[in-house]
Design a protein around this ligand. Structure first.
Ligand code: ATP
Ligand code: MG
Length: 409
């Protein structure tokens, strides 16, 4: 049997990037031989094994044939006769379809190296169209390598557009889609992921709520970039520049969905877009079965981001309601993430990227003030049950009034 490094490890070494996980392909072996060497099988009918020591993935060379819709509709054929070239041709991009032996000899039948040098994301064969997930994967790689100057080859873009129009994208499971979306959002230029999906018409299939934001104007005085879609891309870009976690990035992407619902005659104003957007945010959350923390933060940011921007003008009672909605007493981290998303929203405006956001510290201070109210003295005064709750609220309100007064001197 011959063993080769494949995929990302070869690509990233040639790009001079750090290689994190290594995928291997094994040519000329049977499952029985792998098991005899101590490899552990990963799936029941999938010829992939884990190395007994390193835990890295070793896949038997295989060919694939499409036999139905979606990813379930694939038949695999793995046998010792399958050649390295046959295995490589089933892969998505030429830059992902190179193999390397232990002497670093490159096998590159589909010219991945040439495309690496030309900074092109190009599909390997027409079989690309057999798995709609590849549309998301290409958009994700575009987001990752945008800084190096990579773009999607026009003929690959055309195939991606075909896939978007064929209805195949709808056959993707929430789990497979979310895995790509969440990884793409964590790349250095996540806005490129959305741009590429939009350019191939996949965005209006996957997230029509986000697609609808393009072409929707906002008041120029607050939003020099005017277009809501462009604003959303900038907010996402800021979230990556500021190294925000996935929860914040997801909330940034979805925060303004309500603006897509404003009747044209009301443009460029978007009255009550925060509340109107909630059902759209919920729909996108559920479509991709986003993790609970992402879902929660997106809804809270959608509902309250303009409160964040107006923080310094909020009445103490409104401030208190905001803090209660976030349960800042038990969930301080979530409130921090809300503040971060608001700041990214404010910075995601053309020409205002560097402007200070004093609301952030003001909100933090308010949370600290409300949290500083001690319950013990109230218990000692004999408050209990609902009255205790009311008494705590009164004390917190007092603390916030004092905080607001102190802050304005
Ligand atoms: P990363 O750095 O994100 O891990 P990678 O290229 O290693 O990038 P993996 O998802 O680990 O990506 O997959 C390893 C290889 O398997 C890819 O390089 C590609 O050749 C192939 N591959 C993975 N998923 C697909 C797919 N859906 N369609 C075609 N080829 C795929
Ligand atoms: Mg990999």
């Amino acid at each position: 049997m011959q063993i080769y490094k494949v995929g990302g490890a070869v690509r990233d070494r040639l790009l001079g990037k750090p290689v994190t996980d290594i995928d291997w392909v094994v040519v000329g072996a049977t499952s029985e031989e792998m098991l005899a060497k101590g490899f552990r099988p990963v799936g029941a009918d999938f010829p992939v094994f884990l190395h007994p020591k390193s835990g890295e993935e070793y896949a038997l060379a295989r060919t694939e044939r499409k036999s139905g819709r979606g990813y379930g509709g694939f038949t695999f054929h793995a046998s010792p006769e399958v050649t390295l070239e046959e295995d490589l041709i089933r892969r998505d991009l030429t830059i992902n379809a190179m193999a390397e032996d232990d002497q670093q000899n490159l096998t590159d039948p589909y010219h991945g190296r040439r495309d690496l040098e030309a900074r092109l994301l190009r599909h390997v064969s027409p079989a690309f169209a057999e798995d709609p997930l590849r549309v998301l994967r290409v958009a994700r790689f575009a987001a990752r390598y945008a800084a190096l100057g990579f773009t999607v080859a026009p003929e690959t873009m055309a195939l991606m557009r075909q896939l978007s129009e064929s209805g195949e994208l709808q056959a993707l499971t929430a789990e497979r889609s979310w895995k790509e979306i969440s990884r793409a959002l964590m790349e250095d230029q996540p806005q490129v992921f959305i741009e590429v999906l939009r350019a191939c018409d996949a965005l209006k299939v996957l997230m029509p709520e986000v697609d609808a934001l393009f072409g929707v104007p906002q008041p120029e005085a607050h939003h020099p970039e005017i277009d809501t879609g462009l604003h959303t891309l900038s907010v996402l870009e800021q979230s990556a520049l500021h190294k925000q976690p996935l929860t914040v990035r997801w909330a940034c992407l979805l925060h303004d969905l309500g603006k897509g619902l404003t009747p044209e005659e009301d443009w460029p104003r978007h009255i009550a877009h925060e509340h109107k957007g909630l059902k759209l945010i919920k729909a996108v959350n559920e479509r991709f079965k986003a993790p609970k923390d992402c879902q929660e933060l997106a809804l809270l940011v959608g509902e309250y981001h303009t409160h964040g921007h107006r923080a310094l003008e909020l009445k103490p009672s409104t401030l208190l309601e905001l803090l209660q909605s976030f349960d800042v007493y038990r969930r301080p981290q979530r409130f921090e993430e809300f503040i971060a998303a608001c700041e990214m929203d404010a910075r995601g405006r053309k020409g205002l990227e560097q402007r200070n956001y004093p609301q952030a510290d003001y909100l933090r201070g308010a949370a600290t003030a409300a949290r500083s109210v001690a319950v013990q003295p109230l218990l000692e005064k004999g408050f209990k049950g609902p009255e205790l709750g009311e008494a705590i609220k009164r004390e917190r309100l007092k603390a916030l009034k004092a905080y607001k007064e102190a802050a304005s001197v």
